[in-house]
Write a protein that binds this ligand. Structure first.
Ligand code: C5P
Length: 334
């Protein structure tokens, strides 16, 4: 019992650390892939989403195989029992998968109508929506310090991503008020969907003893179907003409692998930590990618506002963890 709780605790921190690294490398690789000038057609984002789902399902199947001592027969039996013979349980995963697909599309709408900085700052609201859904759907109790740390985190992340005048001004002039409104609505809906889908998945994972990898296969299967429909609707013609893997290069493959890895790590984080801590890990990764941009890529100049924001994020992370362990008298139920 003590050993298993030690194991869970270690998995919690290892998975959070890996999530920081994964998010950081995904952001940097995506930025690099955007600035890379290559001959030939550009890869289709909708096909990358489908490829990542396929890779995720494949990786999760391998992990289930490992859990079953590499017995293909035992794995097939388990997947049949858990996925095919329990359609009601499997169907539950259609909800978060559908919401995540919608969310990924909403973010696309948001990024087409808002400048990147406004988008990133506003999307941080998902930390609060996640906390609210955790409290209302999971009955989680947050201490006073934890609520406070969430507010400090929001303030810190907002400062970290505060647009510098030059980039904000030029882009702002181009974007009309109408398009700003559409973008803002899309990102706000994505915040609600991110909080709800994450907490719904957490409820499913923590409510049953089923393996996290089996759950992820169920989620991935729906994600694959929805992603495929999206691909055919948006890019059907182009896929017919030049194939699914048009424009793929090493960088594209790296982005797909990192995205699939993200799905695996997020599932482990949700299982062994929680969605709110996941928000903290992503906030820390904003700072690590900025540091790498400054020291290695030399394409970023931190301001004093950025420095202050970083300090607030780090302080909030410690404050949240401080009250996390023993439930104390200052715990409030909302
Ligand atoms: O912004 P947010 O943290 O809500 O994004 C979560 C992302 O992780 C979504 O794009 C979703 O498709 C993906 N995900 C996943 N596997 C899970 C949970 C989330 O691929 N088990």
């Amino acid at each position: 019992m003590v050993l298993s709780s030690l194991h869970s605790s270690r998995l919690k921190y290892v998975s959070l650390g890996v999530l920081v690294l994964q998010t950081t490398s995904l952001v940097l690789t995506m930025r690099y892939s955007r600035t890379l000038k290559d001959d030939g057609p550009r890869y289709l984002a909708s096909t990358a989403v489908v490829s990542a789902e396929v890779l995720k399902i494949f990786a999760c199947s391998l992990l289930v195989l490992m859990e079953n001592n590499f017995s293909v027969r035992a794995m097939n039996q388990l997947l049949k029992e858990e996925i095919v013979k329990r359609p009601a349980e499997t169907m539950k995963l259609a909800i978060p998968a559908g919401i995540y697909t919608l969310q990924n599309n909403l973010l696309y709408v948001a990024l087409s109508n808002l400048d990147a900085a406004t988008y990133q700052v506003t999307y941080q609201l998902k930390i609060l929506t996640t906390a609210l859904f955790s409290v209302s759907m999971l009955g989680r109790r947050l201490g006073l310090y934890q609520w406070l740390s969430l507010l400090i985190l929001m303030a810190g992340v907002t400062l970290v991503q505060w647009p510098t005048e030059s980039e904000g001004d030029s882009e702002q002039k181009i974007l009309s008020a109408g398009s700003q409104f559409v973008g803002l609505m899309a990102v706000l809906m994505a915040c609600v969907s991110s909080g709800f889908a994450g907490v719904y998945f957490e409820k499913i994972l923590k409510g049953t003893k089923q393996s996290v990898w089996v759950r992820n296969i169920q989620l991935g299967l729906f994600g694959f179907v929805f992603g495929l429909v999206g691909m055919l609707v948006y890019d059907g013609q182009r896929v017919k003409q030049s194939g699914i893997f048009q424009g793929y290069n090493t960088i594209t493959c790296t982005v797909v692998v990192l995205q699939a890895l993200g799905g695996l790590v997020i599932a482990v984080v949700i299982k062994y930590a929680d969605n709110i801590l996941k928000g903290f890990a992503t906030s820390l990764s904003i700072i690590t990618s900025a540091l790498i941009s400054y020291f290695l890529l030399e394409d970023f100049n931190p301001t004093s506002i950025f420095f202050l924001g970083s300090m607030l994020v780090i302080a909030a992370t410690f404050l949240y963890g401080y009250e996390c362990k023993p439930p104390s008298s200052s715990t409030i139920k909302v």
